[in-house]
Design a protein around this ligand. Structure first.
Ligand SMILES: Cc1cc2nc3c(=O)[nH]c(=O)nc-3n(C[C@H](O)[C@H](O)[C@H](O)COP(=O)(O)O)c2cc1C
Length: 238
């Protein structure tokens, strides 16, 4: 009788562990699987076809940093093997890149891609390790291309992917090099579940400018389908 009770108890404990494991897999595993192993095919022109929003000026600059364009992807790499990428035909597109195109399509103005002199590895995992080393060293990065003439702009959108709960050193470097004083500055942070994570405050510290609220937090899985939500956000800023 005692033996039977014991094995009954054991069975309940095993069932409880299996149930908890199943819930954890559904909560964390499914989004991870979707993000890392399911190729997101888009039609770029449709994805960025936001509604037009008038912010009262066209002196607007949208600045973005994205892993795509700063990484050495092998010829023919697919979006499946490189998390956070979307594909339109042969073209790979990063989340912040697409969001930047949505903003520009909606409010007009110019667009500027922050590019680093260094190239990031094509592997997602190696990029995560590289970013960790950058934050440990805290050194600003060399950027390529001419900086934009900020005197041409009154409103600036800054878009970056959250890396290790922080602003990538590339975007920190950009903000340290330009003068944002006196401008309306807005942030869009793309992330894999952590939200903005307080990261914008680093850019406020570097620029000496308080960014306008609300910040837009773009969950990476939603990037391809964010045009209506981003239009709503932009309308709220106007
Ligand atoms: C180096 C690295 C670190 C990341 N760290 C975080 C993180 O701390 N929290 C989070 O939610 N997502 C994190 N992510 C996920 C990215 O923020 C997310 O996929 C983002 O949408 C990528 O944007 P992109 O395609 O414009 O580069 C990280 C991604 C990379 C490559």
């Amino acid at each position: 009788m005692e033996e039977k009770k014991k094995s009954h108890k054991k069975l309940i404990i095993i069932l409880a562990i299996v149930a908890v494991a199943a819930v954890l897999i559904i909560i964390f595993g499914v989004p991870y699987f979707q993000r890392h192993f399911i190729e997101v095919k888009i039609t770029e022109a449709d994805a960025i076809d936001t509604g037009r929003v008038d912010l009262g000026t066209d002196r607007i600059l949208t600045v973005y940093f994205t892993r795509n364009g700063n990484s050495d992807f092998e010829e023919g790499v697919d979006a499946v093997s490189s998390a956070s990428l979307m594909r339109d035909g042969d073209k790979l597109i990063g989340n912040c890149e697409l969001a930047a195109e949505m903003i520009q399509h909606s409010v007009g103005g110019d667009i500027y891609a922050v590019k680093t002199e260094k190239r990031y590895p094509s592997s997602y995992g190696d990029t995560v390790s590289e970013a960790s080393k950058e934050f440990d060293s805290g050194e600003m990065l060399a950027l390529t291309g001419e900086l934009p003439d900020m005197s041409q702009y009154d409103k600036v959108f800054i878009l970056y992917p959250l890396w290790w709960y922080k602003v990538p050193m590339a975007m920190q470097s950009f903000v340290s090099k330009v003068d944002l004083t006196g401008k309306d500055v807005y942030a869009l942070v793309s992330h894999g579940g952590s939200g903005e994570a307080g990261s914008v405050s680093k850019l406020e510290e570097l620029s000496g400018v308080t960014f306008k609220k609300p910040f837009y937090e773009l969950y990476d899985k939603d990037a391809a389908y964010a045009k209506e939500d981003i239009t709503d956000w932009l309308e709220g800023l106007g």
